[in-house]
Design a protein around this ligand. Structure first.
Ligand SMILES: NC(=O)c1ccc[n+]([C@@H]2O[C@H](COP(=O)([O-])OP(=O)(O)OC[C@H]3O[C@@H](n4cnc5c(N)ncnc54)[C@H](OP(=O)(O)O)[C@@H]3O)[C@@H](O)[C@H]2O)c1
Length: 257
């Protein structure tokens, strides 16, 4: 079993790589920071004796996903599973923010995820085997003022994943969406929320989130919210009027700075 993991140089992606390697499974790792990937690969090969293949790439580049898949195929590797994990958020007022940064978020969180999924599914369908795990977020369940584009990208990931889950299920291929809440990784620093006491207090350990993701992928669970409190919140928001939900999230996000 060989799994392609995007965003494997840090946080959840690194956690997925560690967890699969510990099971004796081969991994293909990608992210921009090649030095980080090389350090992780050396450790996983030495500790677990598994094959670790590295393909550094900037997946926000619209040409990168197809190039990545072509490079992996040229190396003679088959992708049995794909974990679309690379992603980032940017906190702040949308109108005041840098347009390139907001569009780059869509390119990575949505465009690259769709391109990679589209690239791997035909072969999985032909083999009647394989799986895709897409990392969405509890942000997917309601709008998020002051992190507007990030929340919207995660709503996209959730909707897309659920739809594709139905399409490929009859072909023996699994598609799952994992929705973590705040989790201790580099995410908060990248998003500009690193000093947020609220984030730090409520954040989960990455290890628990990784375990939930791998369970969802193995079980072909269309949607899995990680953590009981997050699951309750995701469920209860469905019964909250939308005007109230967006105001609540907005006041929460604004105080996070
Ligand atoms: N942590 C949370 O609170 C939380 C909650 C819900 C959902 N999530 C989601 O979980 C996923 C993983 O995030 P994380 O928490 O593990 O964050 P993280 O620690 O910041 O890791 C993000 C990963 O994405 C990679 N990445 C960023 N930009 C990239 C690009 N242009 N091309 C290729 N790779 C890129 C980074 O590698 P390089 O910088 O080396 O490229 C890194 O490996 C994301 O989709 C995030 O939205 C996180």
């Amino acid at each position: 079993m060989t799994t392609l993991i995007t965003g494997a140089s840090a946080g959840l992606g690194e956690g997925f790589a560690r967890a699969l390697a510990a099971r004796g499974e081969a991994v293909i790792l990608t992210a921009r920071r090649a030095d980080r990937l090389e350090g992780l690969a050396a450790e996983l090969r030495a500790t677990h004796g598994v094959a670790v293949h590295l393909f550094p790439a900037d997946l926000a580049d619209p040409a990168a996903p197809a190039q990545l898949l072509a490079d992996i195929a040229a190396a003679g590797l088959t992708i049995d599973q794909l974990i679309n994990n690379a992603g980032f958020g940017v906190q702040g007022a949308f109108a005041a923010g840098d347009a390139a940064g907001q569009l780059g978020m869509i390119d990575l969180n949505c465009r690259a995820l769709v391109a990679l999924t589209h690239g791997v599914l035909p072969q999985m369908i032909a083999r009647r085997a394989g799986g895709v795990l897409n990392i969405a977020s509890t942000a997917a369940f309601q709008p998020g003022p002051w992190l507007a584009v990030y929340y919207a990208t995660k709503a996209f990931v959730l909707s897309f994943s659920e739809a594709i889950h139905e399409e490929v299920k009859p072909h023996g291929v699994r598609v799952a969406a994992l929705c973590p809440g705040p989790t201790r990784t580099e995410f908060a620093d990248v998003a500009g929320m690193g000093e947020s006491a609220l984030f730090k207090t409520f954040a989960s350990d990455a290890g628990a989130v990784v375990k939930d993701g791998l369970k969802a992928l193995a079980a072909n669970q269309a949607v899995r919210v990680s953590g009981v409190a997050n699951a309750l919140m995701a469920e209860s928001i469905r019964f909250t009027p939308r005007f109230l939900a967006r105001r609540l999230v907005g006041s929460l996000q604004r105080t996070r700075t």
